[in-house]
Design a binder for this molecule. Structure first.
Ligand code: HEM
Length: 479
């Protein structure tokens, strides 16, 4: 029950620069990050309009945490999840509260720390193979390269064993089409979304084909139920003692939704985290140099393996800082299930709330010099649960957080151990804002590292030309 004397949500200040009819859809589509950051002056919440509907953006870390922790009232929903649900059905990340706990219990064993050690070995192998595939002087499309790396690693940890090259290529292309279409579809009114445009046809085709590929793999696995020590085996075997009779295991349809959820949820987010980390290292030769020194010390000429993780402190801080600057899930939505109060405001059931890690992570009162890449801000400091939220929080917190961190730290180490990274051109690189904060189009130059040279600074050949603010985060918020 909410107190009717509490101010209603329409008392929340409305963001400026809204257009008649369209509301804030234009600035949100044109430069979403600039728009979000223009709202950072609102300390608690602010209203934004998308056509006829409006949503309240939560700007305060404690209120954000309250929303995360009360997932019964502030449930998964809103435009982001409606679009994601089109692709992955009612998988763990999209299902509503009543379905969630059972699915989480069934999926949790797949991410048990004991399983992670095995996955770590796969990640290290996949990263070394990717790193070995490049040639001295190559200019690589970093996002594309990281996507093939994480697709391969995810496929192997999920389905143990490489898929045929053609299946792999097709799945990668289909995934790219789906993820790049999400954001536009999210912002497009329902009627326009149904128009049979070439983009919609491409999107539908990719969605159906990827689902069919996963269904095929599941059918093969059902026919041969031996434990392959992979994610799919754990999912197939998972039993939920707390579920009522007959619903203790995942059905084939549920399995397909979960597999697709892990696949899409895991590989793009981790790939772009890695791409951003490599970009930040390329623009900060000092951190890159120190990371190589750490790699030399820890590997000591041996092969990378998950046992090295506790000693890779700087690599881990680089990943933490990358996720602060470029949280792939830069914005999340929630739907208020029943009338509720939050921060002294009364929300009607059905209202949409927007949460933004990007906004919190770049607030100067929470992070001094927020746009600066500074992995050492994490030296001896644990990320704060309210102000650092790249994986969300509460019962819906990312189930794959440790999986992703393990993969990213090992991959970064394998790459930096072998390559000096430098930027191509001197233009600052801006994220492509989609459902995630994409690094699409980012290119870097690779120079084979001279061995036995860890104490020397990076060679002049790969050191980017000094320019003002080169160590600062090169993202510009526009306007
Ligand atoms: C750097 C990489 C990753 C980032 C930044 C990330 C981020 C997130 C965030 C922010 C959420 C919460 C969304 C919300 O509350 O609205 C989430 C949930 C989820 N993530 Fe991740 N994720 C990453 C990697 C992964 C991986 C590797 C997997 C699986 C292999 C995965 C699977 C999931 C699933 C299944 C959920 C839903 C959990 C639930 O609702 O119980 N993610 N992720």
């Amino acid at each position: 029950m909410t107190d009717t004397t509490t101010p209603a949500a329409d008392s929340v200040p409305l963001a400026p620069r809204g257009w008649p009819l369209l509301g804030h859809a234009l600035p949100l589509l044109r430069d979403p990050l600039a728009f979000i950051m223009s709202l950072s002056g609102y300390r608690e919440m602010v209203r934004v309009r998308l056509g006829p509907s409006s949503a309240v953006m939560i700007c305060d870390p404690d209120l954000t945490r309250q929303v995360f922790l009360n997932d019964r009232t502030f449930d998964k929903g809103g435009p982001i999840y409606d679009r994601i649900r089109e692709v992955i059905g009612d998988g763990l990340s999209t299902c509503a509260y009543p379905l969630h706990r059972r699915q989480r219990r069934l999926c949790q064993p797949s991410f048990h720390p004991a399983r992670l050690a095995g996955y770590g070995a796969v990640f290290a192998r996949a990263a070394e193979a990717k790193s070995a595939s490049w040639r001295d002087g190559d200019v690589i499309d970093v996002t594309q390269e990281m996507m093939t790396l994480t697709t391969r690693a995810t496929m192997e940890t999920m389905f143990s064993g490489a898929l045929p090259a053609e299946t792999m290529r097709r799945s990668l292309a289909d995934t790219a089409v789906i993820v790049s279409a999400f954001f536009r579809r999210m912002m497009t009114p329902a009627l326009l979304r149904k128009l049979p445009t070439p983009q919609k046809r491409r999107y539908d085709r990719a969605r159906e084909r990827l689902a069919a590929t996963i269904a095929e793999i599941i059918a093969e696995r059902r026919a041969d139920p031996t434990d392959h020590a992979d994610l799919l085996s754990t999912l197939v075997a998972a039993v939920d003692e707390e579920s009522e009779h007959g619903r203790q295991q995942l059905t084939d349809a549920e399995l397909a939704d979960e597999a697709l959820t892990f696949f899409l949820g895991g590989m793009e987010t981790t790939a772009i985290t890695l791409a951003w980390a490599l970009h930040l290292l390329a623009t900060d030769p000092d951190v890159q140099h120190r990371l190589k020194a750490e790699t030399d010390r820890v590997l000591a000429g041996g092969k990378l393996d998950p046992g090295h993780l506790p000693s890779l402190g700087l690599a881990s801080r680089v990943v933490t800082e990358t996720l602060r600057l470029y949280p792939p899930a830069w914005m999340m939505t929630r739907v208020v299930r029943e009338d509720a109060e939050l921060g002294g405001v009364r929300f009607k059931g059905g209202s949409t709330l927007v949460l933004s890690p990007y906004l919190l992570h770049r607030r100067p009162d929470l992070y001094p010099e927020p746009d600066r890449f500074d992995p050492d801000r994490w030296l001896g400091a644990q990320p704060d649960r309210a102000t650092y939220i790249p994986f969300g929080a509460g019962a819906r917190k990312c189930i794959g957080d440790q999986f992703a961190l393990t993969e990213a730290i090992l991959a970064l180490t394998a790459i930096v151990d072998r390559w000096d990274l430098s930027p191509v051109g001197d233009q600052p690189f801006k994220p492509k804002v989609e459902t995630s904060l994409s690094s699409r189009g980012l290119r870097l130059r690779l120079t084979e590292r001279r061995r036995g040279d860890a104490d020397a600074p990076l060679s002049a050949a790969v050191r980017p030309a000094a320019r003002p603010g080169a160590a600062a985060c090169p993202v510009q918020h526009g306007e």
